[in-house]
Write a protein that binds this ligand. Sequence first.
Ligand code: EPZ
Length: 423
Amino acid sequence: MEKLVIEGGKPLHGEVKISGAKNAALPLIAAALLAPGVHVLHNVPDLRDTRTILRLLESLGLTWERLGATLRIDGSGLKYSEASYDLVKTMRASILVLGPLLARLGRAKVSLPGGCAIGARPINFHLMGFEQLGVQCELEHGYVDAHIDGRMHGGTVCFDIPSVTGTENLLMAASLARGTTNIKNAAREPEIGNLVDMLIAMGADIEGKDSDRLTVHGVEKLTAAESTIIPDRIEAGTYAIAAGAAGGDAVIQNCEPSHLPSLLEKLQLAGIGVDVGDTFFRVTAPKGVNTIRPVDVTTMPYPGYPTDLQAQFMALMACSNGVSVIHETIFENRFMHVAELQRMGAHIQVDGRIAMVKGAGANALTGAQVMATDLRASSSLVIAGLAAQGRTDISRIYHLERGYEDMVEKLTGLGATVWKEEE
Ligand code: EPZ
């Protein structure tokens, strides 16, 4: 296994180009199951997770080819409806094939994703929604066995909690149902709007994009279309926070600043300069040692502060000059990075879903050997390593490679001293 080595304590300077969003690429790749013909997707990041879902589509009978950041996926060959445990256990988002398989074949047997480091990750909202559309779902031997005789019918789906992939699964299923489906308390993340645009380009009839109330008028069939993945707002936010924590002046390019309303506000409250353009924003950390101000954060569904940027912000707050409170309201166990940050000198106290961070200034952290536990926790350790005095070795970086394309090259382009080594 490989580890990432960072010689920290150096400010970041320069530009970083943001890749396509992992959490848009996954549902849009899954949507290729909905129609025969060649779907073209532009700006697709080449990540461990996108390679996983493409392997899953292959196992269902589809073929694909990658030409740089463009994917061509042929949905014609679909002939199987079972997603095996081996593939699904490595990536929860594999559950996104359920809706398209039910829409196209009327049946789907998908391994339950199981939990992961950040929580139990149930899929009850997905299954409840499919049952509203007439699907029968049985859970046995660790699999969801779902089927319907004929086409799904429209219905009303109301989510207790706005589920991102739950909304995406129901959108894809309802697009080919007979009649109209109303999705209430839908998630509003920009990645869902990206999927709505692709489905409409394929011939779907959907109203309410970017709102918490989606109306889908089912159509008889969909056709392959050409789409572009939106920029990865979580990758952009990760590099912006890194520039704040390590100090310096960085331009985050090829992104959508409007997709990060809460983070940009929190960075400014922390005393970090943020200048926003159309497709970029510039982050300038304040000069001097103790100038990052403490800021409280509560994670919320979009457009609130993203849970996927919580761990990263905690690393920044460890370098602030006061006490901040971080409240994780989305997942029950998303503080796996705390123990590792503490080994680097961070002063953090956790009580349930609340972490109190006692910042000790820009020199608070020292390099150490740490271990990545999940995707965003590992990016938090990278940020801490960039800010820390001395060398940090981060093991199990396959977690990082699930969601960050070319991170070593991008950080090196910002002036960081970072490389990979065999563990
Ligand atoms: C998506 O996961 C993202 N993944 C996650 O990003 C992100 O953290 C999460 O949304 C929240 O924004 C992808 O888009 C591929 P949810 P998802 O359903 O859809 C509970 C990353 O780092 N819930 O919105 O799985 C659930 O336990 C990943 O890129 C149920 O109880 O999350 C959680 O507490 C991590 N039953 C809350 O709802 C369900 O059926 C929100 O989960 C579904 C969800």
